[in-house]
Design a protein around this ligand. Sequence first.
Ligand code: FES
Length: 156
Amino acid sequence: MSALTLEQEKVLKAWAARYPAPIMGLVEALRQVQRWHRCVTDEDEEYLARLFDVPRVRIHEVATFFPSFTQKPTGRHRIGICRGLSCSLAGSQSMCSCLEKKLGIKEGASTPDGRFSLETMECLGACEQGPALMVNDELKGAATEESISHLLEELE
Ligand code: FES
């Protein structure tokens, strides 16, 4: 049983039908599900396995390979700070601590109102802008205490 609504299932079916091989639409389908549920649940994986006619393990492999997809619900604003080597050398740990303090949560958690979640991520491909900060899949450049304060105000 999927927690998707009938309308959402319709969107996914239409998306899958656009491709000569429906499985080609899997990543976009996962993106949609992540947007709707702020995660990809076991039920979602089961539904997608039926939709794409592949074993569920295949869906799970893709859903766990890309950091954009999560198994636990994220906050409405998903904040990621890179923990890769370049960003670590540029001070990502102290920016993570700054975010933890400002948000009042630990890395890996969400604020009680569900507004923000905070996580560390592998290299975001913006090593020259370390410590790289990402919000809702959008790179925000190098994090500083100031830029974090502005960002959180904007996201209120
Ligand atoms: S190490 Fe942080 S973006 Fe590459």
